[in-house]
Design a protein around this ligand. Structure first.
Ligand SMILES: Cc1cc2nc3c(=O)[nH]c(=O)nc-3n(C[C@H](O)[C@H](O)[C@H](O)COP(=O)(O)OP(=O)(O)OC[C@H]3O[C@@H](n4cnc5c(N)ncnc54)[C@H](O)[C@@H]3O)c2cc1C
Ligand SMILES: Cc1cc2nc3c(=O)[nH]c(=O)nc-3n(C[C@H](O)[C@H](O)[C@H](O)COP(=O)(O)O)c2cc1C
Ligand SMILES: *[C@@H]1O[C@H](CO)[C@@H](O)[C@H](O)[C@H]1NC(C)=O
Ligand SMILES: CC(=O)N[C@H]1CO[C@H](CO)[C@@H](O)[C@@H]1O
Length: 441
């Protein structure tokens, strides 16, 4: 039997500054999975009393996270927002936005490749180029996410901002430019700070003064659930670790065994590895230049530390259920699962938390000084920004270090799990050709 194996070379830059121990990574191959369902976001907004929709074009989750934050913000101004994946809705309905009072569409759009949209915004982009719609009832704003070092900096955000205007829509606030090579979080926070007052002025509304955070998910603790129904780290289908079922795509990735893992270079700054993955039976096709995903797993000691600091039994079986029953996103990560699994497979506990996480967690600091400091770092004051830069970013403080350094901060673990971003796959380009069977016979 000939195993269909492909070869992959990895260049790993040696990390400086932040030192991580290598986790036991799991190698997985992915495919693209764009599916378009014909769903009406206008009907959904009407049914649920929403007047703000925030569409995100996101590949690795940043734009999606910003969209969720904006949708939540709306609450503070007596409005109701929903974040939405453009891939799941019929965006030609933007021409019907005028049917909803005081309505606004926000777009958080990342750019990839050579100024290309993200996979989930590709259909929208294709449609928009040809569109011959009347958008005179549409009020909008765009926040672009990109990286200044690319030639086509924020091309997608800029394009949509310009194109919607051409189609007659009314821009109610200037395009925001987020630069991931600088400080994306700060760009976003500064933009948002001017954006909401502009919304208030435009619609004649006022901040309700309600600054308290609102939960998006509610905790359900399961006491007698069949363990066969509990996620153990699967990314898509339950039980996919035991048996894998096609079709495989990014939502149901094929888990490929690593058959060869060899270090190629000796010494030097870079770490070059030769890896072979067995994709027998997956029916996955690939070309060189496509990529495979490595799904990292967080260090057990760090996960245990969180359990210890927050004094919780990490093996509790839980679900976090979206309080908004109409939302397409039922849980922040696959549920039911245990805290241990969530912190190991689903949540990013090693990167520095963003300012919104600090802001929301501040309420759980029993020492008023800690509380004040955390809120300050999340604010847009020059002093707060500088403190966030030095105390969090420059010193690479992750959530574990923050909990250790602020003994008065003891948030409920379920809220922490709601706030932490999803652990992202690491992508690696395939260098071998699909036209040659490997190993050669
Ligand atoms: C489409 C695509 C294809 C790719 N192909 C390849 C490829 O073929 N080969 C390849 O090697 N890589 C490739 N990459 C990059 C790869 O996916 C990873 O991003 C890279 O290997 C780093 O992953 P990591 O888990 O080691 O680091 P991460 O854990 O992602 O570390 C990055 C984060 O840790 C912190 N950090 C790490 N180091 C420092 C430091 N020195 N100072 C301060 N903070 C730090 C920062 O917060 C930073 O955001 C590709 C990426 C994409 C998107
Ligand atoms: C492979 C790759 C290609 C990218 N290409 C561009 C680009 O052409 N222009 C740009 O402005 N930013 C580019 N970026 C930066 C991303 O848009 C930026 O990191 C953004 O914050 C990602 O948002 P997301 O997490 O929602 O996907 C690229 C990033 C990667 C990893
Ligand atoms: C921005 O792009 C440059 C060049 O590709 C890269 O070196 C840098 O790490 C990127 N910044 C971030 C935060 O991804
Ligand atoms: C300590 C450890 O193994 N941490 C891993 C957890 O996952 C992150 C991804 O955010 C990896 O980069 C770390 O190496």
């Amino acid at each position: 039997m000939v195993h269909q194996v492909f070869v992959l070379s990895l260049f790993l830059d040696v990390a400086m500054g932040c030192v991580f121990s290598l986790p036991e990574d799991r190698l997985v191959t992915v495919d693209r999975a764009p599916t378009t369902r014909d769903t009406s976001f206008i009907d959904k907004m009407k049914k649920t009393g929403k007047n703000i929709v925030v569409f995100y074009g996101s590949q690795t989750g940043t734009a999606e996270e910003f969209s969720n934050r904006l949708a939540k913000d709306a609450h503070r101004y007596g409005m109701k927002g929903m974040a939405a994946d453009p891939e799941e809705y019929d965006l030609s309905e933007l021409s019907r936005m005028g049917e909803i009072d005081n309505s606004l569409a926000i777009f958080c759009l990342a750019t990839y490749g050579e100024g290309d949209p993200t996979d989930n915004a590709q259909d929208f982009y294709d449609w928009l180029q040809e569109a011959d719609a009347d958008f005179s009832g549409l009020k909008y704003t765009v926040f672009a996410l990109g990286n200044k070092t690319y030639e086509h900096y924020n091309a997608m955000g800029k394009y949509v901002d310009k194109r919607l205007e051409e189609l007659g829509a009314q821009r109610i606030f200037d395009l925001g430019m987020g630069d991931d090579d600088g400080n994306l979080e700060e760009d976003f926070v500064s933009w948002r700070e001017q954006f909401w007052p502009a919304v208030c002025e435009h619609f004649g509304v006022e901040a309700t003064g309600e600054e308290s955070s609102i939960r998006q998910y509610e905790l359900k603790v399961h006491t007698d659930l069949n363990m066969n129904k509990v996620y153990t780290g699967e990314l898509g289908r339950l039980k996919s670790f035991e048996n894998q079922k096609p079709p495989f795509d990014s939502k149901n990735p094929f888990l490929a065994p690593v058959t060869v893992n060899r270090k190629l270079n000796k010494g030097g700054e870079r770490h070059l590895m030769h890896l072979e993955l067995d994709i027998t039976g997956s029916k996955i096709r690939y070309e060189s230049g496509d990529h495979v995903a490595v799904y990292p797993i967080n260090d057990t000691a760090m996960v245990n530390k969180i359990g210890e600091l927050l004094a919780v039994d990490l093996d509790t079986v839980i679900s976090l259920n979206n309080l908004d029953e109409e939302s397409n996103k039922k849980h922040p990560f696959p549920c039911p699962t245990t805290y241990r699994t969530a912190l190991t497979h689903y949540l990013d506990i090693t990167n520095s938390p963003r300012t919104n996480v600090l802001y929301e967690l501040a309420q759980y600091a029993s020492d008023p000084k800690d509380q004040e400091n955390m809120r300050k770092m999340a604010s847009s004051s020059a002093e707060g920004k500088a403190q966030y830069q030095s105390w969090v970013l420059d010193s690479c403080r992750n959530i574990v270090a923050i909990l250790e350094d602020l003994p008065s901060l003891r948030p409920p673990i379920d809220h922490l799990c709601e706030l932490l971003p999803r652990l992202q796959a690491r992508y690696y380009s395939i260098s071998s050709s699909s036209k040659v069977r490997y190993p050669p016979t």
